[in-house]
Write a protein that binds this ligand. Structure first.
Ligand code: M6R
Length: 607
C-alpha cells in the first residue's frame, strides 16, 4: 500500500531510486514520483500510472542529485491523478507518505484558515504543509517533521527532503514499515527490505514513533521521546535473485514454480526426523494444558490458509478452532481469553486488519503467535512467537507460495500442539509427518499438468462467471481458486462448500457458468460426486480438479485440471496448484497484467 524509497549517498540518486521502486511496485501502481535536491533546488517529477510512465518522463526531463526520495502509490485520499501523486511539494519541501492522516480534514481546515493553499486532495499534502510552515518559522527539517508529527493522528511511514538542508532525508514511521539500508558511503530507505536488495544486506527497521536522519555518512535515529537510539543493523538473508523474475514471464508464474522448494524449506525448518520442532524449545507444557481453544485471524488468501489450518488443528490437536476474518474479529465481542491461543497469519505482517486483530487479542490476554513471511514486520514485533513461512520474497500481488507455506506451518502447529497435549498417537504423528514431507514431490507432480491446464484455461478465457466447489479440507482451496480468478482475471467467481450449493448457488448454474470442482480421492469423494452430478444436471460445464486415474470422476467432467495422487491430509496443497495455474493462464490469455492487478496492492496497510 504505497512504496517509499530514499537514497543519500555519492551517486546520482535517480537510477538507484528507480531500481528500488521497481522492487516495491507491487505495493501500489496508481502513480509514481521522485524528488531530488540539485544545486540548491528541490526538483520533483511525477506521473500517473505504472512506474514505466515515470521512467519515460525521466527520459524526457532528466533529474540528477545525490539525495532523493521516491514513491509508488496506491490511492487512498484523492483519486489516482497527477496532482495527487507523491512527492507532495510545498515550497522546497518534498514529501512521500504511506498511511492515512486520520485528522486530515481538521488539519486542512486549520491550515486553510491560516492561508495555506492546497494543490491536491491528499492527506499527504497536509503533512508537507505542516513541515513547510514549521520551517518557515525557523525550524530545521527534522524539527519541522517532528512538529508535523505532533499534530497528526494515524499510522504513517514518510520521508521528506528540503533544498535548504540538501544532504539529508528525514524519515519517520509509526505503525507502518520503514527500513534503513546501510551501504558503503550511502544510506537507503525502503518500505521493505526488497527495495534494498543488491545494494546492502544490513538493515535497520524503524520502530513506532521513531524519526531517522539519513545522510551519506550514515543514519541517526531518535525515539518518540526525542532520545537518540543506538541500534545495530540486522543482516538480511534475502537475495536479489530471489526477488528477480528469473526468466519467467511473470513473478506469479515464477512463484508458483518455486513452491516445491519453498515447501521443502518451510518443512525443513520445522521437521527433525519424524518430529515437529517449531522452535528450540518444545511448546511449553503449561501453555498446552491451559489452552482450550485456538483462534486464527487473517485476511484474504491467508484466511483461506486458515480454513485448512483450522481443520488440521481440530483433528490433530483436538482443540476447538475458529478461522476468523481479522477485520470482523477485531470488532466482534468474541469469547477469547488467556486460555485461547491466537494465531495471526499474514504474508506481509503489515495488513492493518490483521495487526489490529492481533492487538485486540493481546489486549484480551491471549498468547499470540504470528505466522508470517516477513521477519521484523509489525506483526512479528507484536507477537510472543513468530513462525516464519520461509517462502522468500513474494513479489506478485496475488499470493501463491505463501498460501502453501502458511498452510504448512499451521499443520505443523496442529501436530506440535497435539503432541504437547498428548492427543496424537505416535503412529498418527509419524504418518502425518510422512505425508507433509511428501508435499514438495506432490507439488512437482501437480506442476507437470501445466500445459494441460493452460489449454483448459484458454477454452474458458471468455467465461464471465465461475463457481468453485470443494468439501472439507478443500473448502479453502475452492475459495482460494475463486479469489485468484477474481483478482487476476477480473472474473466473477464464487467459492462455496459443495454441500451449500443446493441451498442457493445452484440457481446460478447454466451452460454459461463453468463449475470448478475440487475432487481429491478422500472420504468425501462420493458426496462431492453427487454435487457434481447435480451441477451437471443443470447444464453446468464441469471442470474437475481430480486424478486422471479417478475414472468415475473424470467421466463426469467436461475438462480436467490434473491432480496428483496424494495423502488426503495434503490434498489442499496439491489441489490449489492447478487452480493457481488456471487463474494465471485465464488472466494471461486476456492480456492482463498478472503481477499488478487493478485496484490491488500487496499489503493492505489501511483499514
Ligand atoms: O499480507 P497478508 O497475508 O496479511 O495479506 C492478506 C491479503 O491482503 C492477501 O492475502 C490478499 O488477499 C492477496 N491479494 C491474495 O492474493
Amino acid at each position: 500500500m504505497c512504496g517509499i524509497v530514499g537514497y543519500a549517498g555519492a551517486e546520482n540518486a535517480v537510477p538507484v531510486l528507480l531500481e528500488c521502486l521497481r522492487r516495491l511496485e507491487y505495493r501500489g501502481y496508481d502513480s509514481a514520483g521522485m524528488a531530488v535536491v540539485d544545486q540548491g533546488k528541490t526538483l520533483v517529477r511525477r506521473s500517473v500510472g505504472k512506474l514505466a510512465a515515470l521512467e519515460t518522463m525521466l527520459g524526457r526531463e532528466p533529474l540528477a542529485g545525490a539525495t532523493g526520495i521516491g514513491h509508488t502509490r496506491w490511492a487512498t485520499h484523492g483519486a489516482p491523478s497527477l496532482k495527487n501523486a507523491h512527492p507532495q511539494q510545498v515550497n522546497d519541501v518534498a514529501l512521500v507518505h504511506n498511511g492515512i492522516v486520520e485528522n486530515f480534514l481538521e488539519l486542512r481546515h486549520e491550515l486553510g484558515d491560516e492561508g495555506c493553499v492546497f494543490g491536491s486532495d491528499t492527506d499527504t499534502e497536509v503533512i508537507a504543509q505542516l513541515v513547510a510552515q514549521a520551517m518557515a518559522r525557523g525550524a530545521t527539517l527534522r524539527e519541522g517533521v517532528r512538529a508535523a508529527l505532533r499534530r497528526m493522528r494515524g499510522s504513517y511511514a514518510l520521508a521528506v527532503l528540503c533544498a535548504r538542508e540538501p544532504n539529508q532525508i528525514i524519515a519517520a514511521a509509526n505503525g507502518l514499515p520503514l527500513v534503513l539500508g546501510l551501504g558503503c558511503g550511502e544510506v537507503l530507505l525502503g518500505s521493505d527490505v526488497t527495495a534494498l536488495l543488491g545494494r546492502t544486506e544490513d538493515a535497520i527497521f524503524l520502530e513506532d514513533g521513531e524519526v531517522a536522519e539519513l545522510t551519506s555518512g550514515g543514519a541517526r535515529i531518535w525515539n518518540a521521546a526525542g532520545r537518540l537510539v543506538e541500534r545495530g543493523p540486522r543482516h538480511v538473508a534475502w537475495s536479489v535473485e530471489q526477488a528477480a523474475r528469473g526468466g519467467y514471464k511473470h513473478f506469479m508464474l515464477k512463484e508458483i514454480h518455486e513452491q516445491p522448494r519453498v515447501l521443502g524449506d518451510a518443512l525443513g525448518a520445522y521437521l527433525v526426523g519424524d518430529r515437529v520442532a517449531l522452535g528450540p524449545e518444545p511448546v511449553d507444557a503449561a501453555l498446552a494444558r491451559r489452552v482450550n481453544r485456538v483462534v486464527i485471524a487473517a485476511c484474504g488468501t491467508s484466511w483461506h490458509a486458515a480454513l485448512s489450518g483450522r481443520i488440521a488443528i481440530e483433528s490433530l490437536a483436538r482443540l476447538p478452532c475458529e478461522a476468523a476474518w481479522a477485520h470482523e474479529l477485531r470488532y466482534a465481542d468474541s469469547v477469547v481469553d488467556g486460555a485461547t491461543l491466537a494465531l495471526c497469519v499474514s504474508q506481509s505482517g503489515e495488513t492493518a486488519d490483521t495487526l489490529a486483530a492481533a492487538r485486540e487479542l493481546r489486549h484480551r490476554g491471549t498468547p499470540l503467535w504470528a505466522v508470517c513471511n516477513v521477519v521484523s514486520s509489525s506483526l512479528t514485533r507484536a507477537a510472543d512467537r513468530t513462525l516464519c513461512m520461509h517462502a522468500g520474497p513474494e513479489i506478485s500481488v496475488a499470493s501463491t507460495k505463501t498460501y502453501l507455506a502458511s498452510m504448512a506451518v499451521l499443520h505443523l502447529v496442529a501436530l506440535e500442539l497435539g503432541h504437547a497435549r498428548g492427543v496424537v498417537a505416535p503412529e498418527t504423528l509419524r504418518a502425518a509427518v510422512r505425508a507433509l514431507r511428501d508435499i514438495p514431490r506432490a507439488l512437482e507432480a501437480a506442476l507437470q499438468g501445466e500445459e494441460a491446464i493452460a489449454r483448459v484455461a484458454a477454452r474458458y478465457a471468455d467465461s464471465e462467471h465461475f463457481l468453485f466447489l470443494g468439501r472439507g479440507r478443500n473448502v479453502g482451496t475452492a475459495l482460494e481458486g475463486a479469489l485468484k480468478l477474481k483478482e487476476l482475471a477480473y472474473t466473477h467467481a464464487e467459492g462455496y462448500p459443495a454441500g451449500e450449493m443446493k441451498h442457493g448457488p445452484i440457481a446460478l448454474i447454466d451452460d454459461k457458468m463453468p463449475v470448478v470442482v475440487v475432487a481429491p480421492r478422500d472420504h468425501l469423494r462420493e458426496k462431492l460426486r453427487s454435487n457434481l452430478i447435480e451441477a451437471r444436471a443443470r447444464g453446468g460445464r464441469i471442470i474437475g480438479v481430480c486424478e486422471l486415474e479417478d475414472r468415475d470422476t473424470v467421466e463426469l467432467c467436461d475438462d480436467v485440471l490434473p491432480l496428483p495422487s496424494v495423502d488426503p491430509l495434503i490434498s489442499p496443497f496439491a489441489a490449489v496448484v492447478p487452480l493457481q495455474l488456471f487463474a494465471y493462464y485465464v488472466a494471461d490469455a486476456r492480456g492482463l497484467d498478472v503481477d499488478r492487478p487493478r485496484n490491488l496492492a500487496k499489503s493492505v496497510t489501511v483499514e
